[in-house]
Every structure is written in structure tokens, then in C-alpha cells.
Design a protein around this ligand. Structure first.
Ligand code: SAM
Ligand code: SF4
Length: 348
């Protein structure tokens, strides 16, 4: 069901990265300056497309401590990473999250720290997070209907998410983006009401294609709604979508606007239209692995060397080498489904 990728699907050769000075690059010449950090694999929801209800989470001792995470952030920043996104699991349930955000924001070289959250705890945390220096929030909300929200998240209370979004607005955290994964049989009929929010609000409403990972991949593959289908649903009801000029090629969401709208609508088409050429990111999992591509299982362990007392210079070399080997193109068209983690264990 996956279309072919019209991109180079070659794997970089497994040799040490050549010694090069300056900011992080990979073997394809992409400049890598964006690190997404999962603060925890645990979550206070169990979205049907993300994890099974009986999901078990890693014990705290297997997760990076704050000091270990900050050491990695300092190394990444020294190698030219300027932008960090905190995710999870649910990042807001990590103990001490506000202090951790403050410390990451204060790291020399880091210019922007943003977060992706389900919003349940934002009513209490938006203001302290804003004061700690958080710039940019993506809140996942797949429906405006409380009953459907409970069905998708298994027990979530949509009112709390809206209270959280209101708190984020009051705290002036910008940009504010709402993310919706479109899942057949759960929320295709919510696409239009969600898109309509962009007319009166300056929000970015982004529709994400479902990606297959791990043990829930079968369900995920059956429930995919392509961005093209989502876009057609919106345009049939709300009129044409106009491309927004000045699209930053590293932003996976291609931005559009409805006539007269304050906000934008974006489509993240990882499955049907991969955006590998503009990819500037890598990921750090809560258990200390660098993941170079969301949809490729190859990972590089940082936790073990850190706990074995490696030097900053050694950590530097491991990160540089890992990034050099960042792959190009996912393997979904060839039926290669990432197996070792679910989305909640990577961070999206
Ligand atoms: N818990 C936070 C949240 O829900 O925003 C952060 C972590 S969550 C894994 C990050 C994003 O990944 C969310 O927008 C979520 O909807 C999305 N996501 C989860 N599973 C997915 C899947 N199989 N395919 C595509 N997106 C997925
Ligand atoms: Fe939790 Fe986010 Fe996954 Fe939903 S999508 S179960 S909120 S990690």
C-alpha cells in the first residue's frame, strides 16, 4: 500500500565519520541542528494508534537522569544543535520537567526549546514552562468531540486539554500548534471541525499520517488516511487551501491557509510523501539511545558509555559518528516496519 520513495534509498557506508570541523552533518550533506528528546516513555493516556492498553513502561533507573540528559544536550549544542523539542511518552509527567526545561534553555548555543504534549497537565504547567523559557507547544488533539476523544485516548478528558490550550495561550507560548493523527474509523469526520479552528485562531492545525511501528503496526496500516484524502475532505467543505509562502524545507508540515484564515493548516505526510531531503533532525530516546531516523531501527547507545564514565570528547565523537550515518529514506515501501519501539518510546 506504500508508494515508492522517489529518493535515494542508499545506506551510508558503515565507516567512521571523516574528521570534519564545524557543525553536525551527515554523509548526504544534510546539516543536522535539531534534536528531539523523549523525556520519558511513560504516558497518562493510551491512544489507540500509539500503544496497547496494557503497555508497560521502563523503570526510572533505565532512563537518562537529568544530569546525563544535560550532558548530551551540551555536547549536541557544542556540535551545532540549536533547536530542541521535548516529547515522550508524555513529557509533562517527568518529575522536575520545569527545571529541566530551564536548564536546557540556559545551555549555550540552544536557541529554541519547544514541547509536544497531550496537554492534560498544561493548565498547571503552561505558565511555569513559559517562565522557564519554553518557546513553542504542539498539543495533540485528534477530535473536538469529548466522547470520541475518550475512545481514541482510552480515558482522556478533552476539557482538560482545552483548559491546557487556554493556559498556553494565556502564557503566550508561541507558536501554538494542534496535531491530529487521522485514523480511519476514529476521527476522519473530525478533520473539518479541526481545520475550521484555523479560521478564527492563529493556530497551526496539522494533520499527521498514521505510521506503522512495532506490535500495533497491523492496526496502524489498516487505519491510514493519506494527507491527500484529508486535504480533499477539508477542501470539499471549507474551500480551497492556498500554499503559504516561505515554507522552511526542514518543517515536515507543508503549510496552507483557508481564505481569510488567521491560522494555518499543515499536512505531515511521512508515509506517502517523505521529506528526507529537508530532514535536519535526530532523536534521543528516554533510555539514552540516539535514533537517526524515526522509521529506521538503527540506534546508537549513549547511556552505556555515559555510565561507564566516557569523556566529553568521547561522547562528542560518538554523536558525530552516529549523525554521519543518519540514513536516507524509510523502508515502508519495501515492507520494512520499524520493530523495536512504539511511537511513545521514540517521541514522534
Ligand atoms: N504524548 C505527547 C503527545 O501525544 O503529543 C508526545 C508524544 S506522542 C508519541 C507525539 C506525537 O506522535 C503525537 O502528536 C501523537 O499523536 C503522534 N503519534 C503517536 N503514534 C503515532 C503513529 N503511530 N503515527 C503517527 N503519529 C503518531
Ligand atoms: Fe501518550 Fe502521546 Fe502516545 Fe497518546 S500519542 S499514548 S498521549 S505518548
Amino acid at each position: 500500500m506504500w508508494p515508492p520513495i522517489d529518493l535515494i534509498a542508499a545506506e551510508p557506508r558503515e565507516q567512521p565519520a571523516p574528521r570534519y570541523a564545524g557543525p553536525l552533518r551527515d554523509s548526504f550533506g544534510r546539516r543536522i541542528n535539531y534534536l528531539r528528546i523523549s523525556l520519558t516513555d511513560a504516558c497518562n493516556l493510551r491512544c489507540v494508534y500509539c500503544m496497547p492498553e496494557e503497555m508497560r513502561f521502563r523503570p526510572r533507573a533505565e532512563l537518562l537522569s537529568d544530569d546525563e540528559m544535560l550532558a548530551i544536550v551540551r555536547v549536541a549544542a557544542s556540535l551545532g544543535v540549536t533547536k530542541i523539542r521535548l516529547t515522550g511518552g508524555e513529557p509533562t509527567i517527568r518529575p522536575g520537567v520545569v527545571e529541566l526545561v530551564r536548564a536546557i534553555v540556559a545551555t549555550p548555543g540552544i536557541e529554541q526549546v519547544a514541547m509536544t504534549t497531550n496537554g492534560l497537565l498544561l493548565a498547571e504547567l503552561a505558565e511555569p514552562l513559559a517562565r522557564a523559557g519554553l518557546r513553542g507547544l504542539n498539543v495533540s488533539v485528534d477530535t473536538l468531540d469529548a466522547t470520541k476523544f475518550r475512545r481514541i485516548t482510552r480515558w482522556g478528558d478533552l476539557r482538560r486539554v482545552w483548559d491546557g490550550i487556554a493556559a498556553a495561550e494565556a502564557a503566550r507560548i508561541q507558536p501554538l500548534k494542534l496535531n491530529a493523527v487521522v485514523t480511519a474509523g476514529f476521527n476522519e469526520d473530525e478533520v473539518v471541525p479541526l481545520a475550521r479552528l484555523s479560521i478564527a485562531r492563529p493556530w497551526h492545525i496539522r494533520f499527521i499520517e498514521l505510521m506503522p511501528l512495532g506490535s500495533v503496526a497491523d492496526f496502524q496500516q489498516e487505519a491510514v488516511v493519506s494527507s491527500q484524502q484529508t486535504r480533499a475532505l477539508i477542501e470539499a467543505e471549507l474551500g480551497p487551501l492556498y500554499p503559504v509562502a516561505g515554507h522552511d524545507g526542514s518543517d515536515p508540515a507543508r503549510p496552507y491557509r483557508l481564505a481569510g484564515a488567521q491560522g494555518q493548516i499543515g499536512f505531515i505526510s511521512t508515509v506517502t510523501e517523505p521529506f528526507c531531503a529537508g530532514c535536519n533532525r535526530f532523536r534521543l530516546t528516554a533510555d539514552g539511545k540516539l535514533r537517526l531516523c524515526l522509521l529506521r531501527d538503527r540506534e546508537v547507545d549513549l547511556l552505556t558509555p555515559l555510565r561507564n564514565g566516557c569523556t566529553i570528547g568521547e561522547l562528542n565523537d560518538i554523536v558525530r559518528n552516529a549523525v554521519w550515518h543518519k540514513p536516507w529514506g524509510h523502508g515502508l515501501p519495501e515492507g520494512e516496519i520499524p520493530q523495536i519501539r512504539l511511537m511513545s518510546q521514540i517521541g514522534g
